[in-house]
Design a protein around this ligand. Structure first.
Ligand code: SAM
Length: 346
């Protein structure tokens, strides 16, 4: 196992069966060795700096019906909300004062925001805060829409591929959603010039080790700038309510693998990691992650953006979240910095 970790460190890639062996055989000793290396790599590129992104969950309306997601369209128990232009600009104002230099606009696929609305929001943020990056995470759109958003100033786009295996994809999504279109979107985004993020849920229902390995291989081909992975967590009002949550240690192991595969990538320690373990985000950083994404949404809507059960940080003001994360990072020897935190080509 140590040889495989060493090979991954040197070559940033393994053969398919080597990945399978590494993941199948993961244990405490391998994990410790892997994380020693992944932490070193992370330190080499980022020192003890942690980049911070202000997450604005601006709508929980969604036209999609992903079987795992708490805000899927068929969940009629969700109290739906959308933030208007002024609400979003207020989140940014608050965030800017708190030292955020990246705003992530995330939401369900809500068609009531037309392309012109997104363009207006993005260009207004960029005009008021030219030193900030804007990241969009609003799902699958046409090439033309992505291009319009990019021209209006959007710098980055997050779109997890969820699983690159077609059969597995079908088990997680209704027929109108396809992995083909998801991949088309990711390629379009790259071609247009976005910094692109993708990723998976670890332990999503029906996921096999082979599926995870296919995901690693797909990610190598795509070569994203950002990679977000977190454990799958069930939501009580979805068809997958009785499925079990993804494993914390496997998620941390995979963060270590991804850091060795993509030494300079931006990898967040996700909210779902913090949900399955009170120190999940700290553990994510110590496994090789280098980004945290506290919530900037108004407190009165936070509980309504419930992708999964028991999501953390739904009761605090943005300033409290920021302060809390500052302290958490300091405790493990890292420091959140005021910086756009762009991807740097090496
Ligand atoms: N609609 C956009 C999209 O599809 O990319 C962005 C919002 S979507 C809710 C953001 C991410 O939440 C998804 O990519 C998915 O990986 C994650 N997610 C949804 N349900 C989840 C669950 N039950 N457990 C963990 N993560 C979940």
């Amino acid at each position: 196992m140590k040889n495989l970790v060493d090979k991954l460190l040197q070559k940033h890639m393994l053969e398919k069966d080597e990945f399978v062996a590494l993941i199948n055989g993961f244990n405490e000793i391998t994990t410790e060795y892997l994380h020693e290396k992944s932490r070193e790599v992370s330190k080499k590129y980022f020192g003890n700096k942690i980049y911070v992104r202000g997450l604005i969950e601006f709508t929980n309306y969604c036209k999609n019906d992903c079987y795992y997601c708490g805000i899927r369209r068929s969940n009629n128990r969700v109290e739906r909300y959308r933030l208007n232009f002024d609400d979003i600009m207020n989140c940014c104002k608050n965030g800017y004062e708190l030292g955020f230099r990246t705003f992530v606009l995330q939401g369900g696929e809500d068609l009531s925001y037309r392309d012109e609305d997104i363009v207006n929001i993005v260009s207004s943020i960029k005009k008021l805060y030219p030193d900030c990056a804007v990241t969009l995470s609003i799902g699958e759109k046409s090439y033309e829409s992505y291009l319009k958003y990019h021209k209006s100033g959007a710098d980055r786009y997050l779109l997890r591929h969820e699983t690159s295996n077609e059969l597995h994809y079908k088990k997680l999504h209704p027929d109108e959603l396809t992995i083909l279109n998801r991949k088309r979107c990711l390629l379009d985004l790259k071609e247009i010039g976005y910094q692109v993020g993708t990723g998976i849920m670890v332990g999503s229902p029906f996921q096999t080790v082979e599926n995870i390995v296919e995901d690693l291989i797909f990610m190598k081909e795509l070569n994203p700038h950002m990679i977000g992975i977190g454990p799958y967590i069930p939501h009580h009002d979805t068809p997958f309510k009785d499925e079990k949550a993804g494993n914390l240690n496997l998620t941390l192991f995979l963060i270590g693998i991804l850091r060795l595969m993509f030494p300079n990538a931006l990898i967040p320690a996700t909210t779902s990691l913090g949900t399955v373990d009170p120190n999940g985000r700290e553990k994510g950083i110590l496994a090789g992650a280098n980004v945290v994404m506290p919530n900037l949404s108004p407190v009165n809507v936070r509980k309504k953006y419930q992708l999964y059960d028991n999501k953390i940080c739904t009761g605090e003001e943005a300033a409290e979240c920021r302060e809390c994360l500052n302290n958490r990072m300091k405790k493990i020897g890292y420091e959140i910095v005021v910086d756009r935190g762009d991807f740097i080509q090496i």
